[in-house]
Every structure is written in C-alpha cells, then in structure tokens.
Design a protein around this ligand. Structure first.
Ligand SMILES: NC(=O)c1ccc[n+]([C@@H]2O[C@H](COP(=O)([O-])OP(=O)(O)OC[C@H]3O[C@@H](n4cnc5c(N)ncnc54)[C@H](O)[C@@H]3O)[C@@H](O)[C@H]2O)c1
Length: 370
C-alpha cells in the first residue's frame, strides 16, 4: 500500500495513475482546497476512481488526528508526500497557508510515519526554488541553499532540514525530490505552461515576466513520474543517515521565448507577447551569451557524506557519469526539452519534445476548466 498525499494535484494524480498501472494499491489524501479550481482536482481524481486498488480520502494533512488515523487504518509501507501549498507569488499574500500545509502538515506526516513503525520509505516533494537566486549552473544538491527568496522556497528548504533530523534521530528512510517546473496534460492553471497554452488557443496576449530570454528548466510530467517512482523503488542507496536529495529536472534550461515558440508552432498560432518586469520571488536565469556545454548529469547525493555531517561544498559530487550505468532514452520529436535524471543508482535520461507540447495544448484546449 502506497499513500500519496496531494493525490488530486497535478503531479499527485499522475503518480497515482502510474502506481496503479503497475498493480500497486494506493490510498490518496487531498483536501481539494481552492487555491485553484477544485473541480479540476475532482476531475483528475475521477480518472482514478474506477480502479479497485484506489481509495481517495478527503482530509487535511494539517489535522494531526486525521493523519494519525489514516496511517493507523491503511498502514502504508511507502509514502509519496506531494500535498503542499504551491506557488511563489501567492505566498506573499497568504503566508499562513504555507506554514499550515508545508510545515505543520509535513511534520504531522513524519510523526505519524515514525510512530507507525511500518513505513519503509517516505518520498517528499521539494523544489528547485530552494536554489533561490543562485547563478551557478547546473544546480547541484551540494550547492548552498541558504538564500531563499520566497516563503514557499523557505518552507521547502525547511522540509529538507526537518527530514534530515527524522532520518538521523529516528532512522526513517527519506528521499527529497527537487522538482523543476513541471508541465504537461492536467497541469496547474496557475503555472506558465498552461497559462501560455490557453492564451495561445484563445488568441490572447501572453504575459512574459522578466525578459524573453529568461531560462527555465521545463520538465515533462511523465519524466517527473518516472523519476519519482525510480526514487521510491530504491531502498538501498542511502548514506549513514538515511536521507538523500535529488534534483529532478532538466539539465538544459530552455529560454521562455523558445518554450512559447514551440507551443505556438504546434498550435499553429502566432504568439502575441506582452513583456512584464520580473516579479518578486521569481527564480530564473538569463540566457548566457555563449552556449554552455551540455551537462551529463544533475545527480544528487545524500546531504551527509560518509565521512561526516557537513554538506559537500564542491560540485564534484555531481559528476556521476550517466553512461556508467546505462542510459534510457525516449526520443519524441526532433528537439525541445531534455530531462536528465541521474540518481546515484538508476540514471535515466529522457529527451522529450514537441509531442509533449501537443499533449499540453490538447489538454488546455479540451479541459474547459483549465
Ligand atoms: N508543479 C511543479 O512545477 C512543481 C515544482 C516544484 C515542486 N513542486 C511540488 O510538488 C508537489 C505537487 O505539486 P503540484 O504541481 O501537483 O501541485 P498541486 O497544487 O496541483 O497539488 C497539490 C495538492 O495538494 C493538496 N493539498 C494542499 N494542501 C493540503 C493539505 N493541507 N491537506 C491535504 N491536501 C492538501 C491540494 O489540494 C492539491 O491537490 C508540491 O509539493 C509542490 O510544491 C511542484
């Protein structure tokens, strides 16, 4: 039995579907909050409802009693914790929502897992936003992440530090996944890819924050799901303290302008762009003047090295060669977005392409509530 929190969310629903497809029993927990249209969340869950191995429980992770009761009843052996208050800009107006879901809820789940005793692995969503304004590329889990620029990022970093304590003190096996901007069908309507897709399909202007040449790591949902399940399945490669962190995203940041061009080409539309200044709390990087060599890996290592408690301070830990352990490639389209997921044990390199943008557009066009 796998417990997936945030099961009605964009990534949660896709993770549940993948777990069910391989025959797992899944219990999903979500409070269907109205950060964005709850009907979209219900529609996502409806796609899973016919599977006899799936149970959806309405509930709030900030409710300690409910979380304890859930674990006592379902006794999950593995947890994929995705429920959170997401969004960067929203955190400036609604800080308490982040404290409640991302801090109180996170600790409630850890507490329930530790006292239950039967949880063999707890995987949780962190975020690339922990890198803040770090200009160094590619990002490494060995980089300093002490300068968050939004409350959202601060709560995600806090999750990583709290997880380290639960691993150290209670031996709970924990894996944190720093997701990089995820896009694809059933995506979040508050995020740029769906906003851009809708604007294109409705011939409305697209608001581009920062500059047209800002870069972002766009990661296709299928690749995020594959990486999440690969991490969940690996119960072995932990250090002395059983907590590890992985970057799960793209090692080739794409210019926003390029992402829009691919979407527009697939949609057969001409984009109308409205340039806007950078917003507070937004992360992004200017496109370098010369093309940097492609990174072979964006690997992660446990926070604690074998020799001691201090985090590594050099990027050398990220040179684990993908080729050493075989590389799985899935090529769709000629060129677009590249994902390199190189955990310590099961490197996967996936190249996704224009077909993904077509999926995104189809979803944005047909799902009326997006
Ligand atoms: N989508 C991305 O690009 C991205 C990037 C980095 C990190 N993440 C992280 O991945 C996870 C999933 O993100 P997503 O894009 O699917 O977001 P989402 O908002 O679509 O899904 C989160 C789900 O959690 C639920 N939820 C929130 N607070 C809850 C609470 N207190 N109790 C129960 N349920 C609650 C929401 O109703 C929602 O269905 C989040 O932790 C997010 O911070 C996402």
């Amino acid at each position: 039995m796998v417990l997936v929190t945030g099961s009605a969310g964009f990534i949660g629903q896709a993770v549940c579907a993948a777990l069910l497809a391989r025959g797992e029993r899944v219990v999903g927990l979500d409070n269907f909050n109205d950060y964005y249209d709850p009907q979209l969340k219900r529609d996502r869950v409806d796609r899973l409802a016919s599977n006899a191995h799936f149970n959806q429980i309405p509930g709030d992770i900030a409710d300690r009693v409910a979380v304890d009761a859930l674990l006592a009843h379902w006794r999950p052996r593995r947890i994929v914790h995705l429920a959170a208050q997401a969004g960067v800009r929203y955190s400036f107006e609604h800080p308490n929502a982040y404290v409640r879901s991302n801090l109180v809820g996170f600790v409630n789940l850890l507490e329930a897992a530790r006292h239950d005793g039967g949880v063999e692995h707890f995987v949780y969503a962190s975020s690339s936003s922990v890198y803040g304004a770090n200009p160094k590329q590619p990002f490494s889990t060995a980089d300093r992440v002490d300068d968050p620029i939004s409350l959202y990022a601060a709560t995600k970093r806090a999750n990583e530090l709290i997880a380290q304590v639960y691993a150290l003190q209670f031996g709970l096996k924990l894996t944190g996944l720093r997701y990089f901007t995820v896009y694809g069908p059933w995506g979040r309507p508050d995020m740029a890819p769906v906003k851009f897709a809708r604007a294109l399909l409705q011939d409305r202007p697209i608001e581009v924050y920062g500059h047209g040449d800002m870069q972002r790591d766009f990661t296709y949902i299928d690749d995020i799901v594959a990486g999440t399940l690969a991490a969940l399945d690996d119960l072995h490669h932990f250090g002395d303290v059983p907590h590890r962190l992985y970057n799960l995203g793209n090692s080739h940041p794409e210019a926003l302008r390029h992402f829009i061009d691919v979407l527009a080409r697939v949609a057969g539309r001409t984009p109308i762009l409205q340039m806007r200044p950078m917003q507070p709390g937004m992360c992004g990087r200017r496109r370098p003047t010369s093309r940097r060599p492609p990174a072979t890996s964006v690997g992660g290592r446990p926070l604690r090295s074998k020799k001691g408690c201090r985090r590594r301070s050099s990027g050398a830990a990220d040179t684990s060669a993908a080729g050493d352990r075989g590389v799985a490639r899935a090529m769709r389209g000629n060129y677009a977005f590249v994902l390199t997921f190189v955990p310590v044990t099961c490197p996967v390199e996936l190249i996704t392409g224009e077909a993904d943008c077509a999926d995104l557009l189809a979803s944005a066009g047909t799902h009326t509530r997006i």
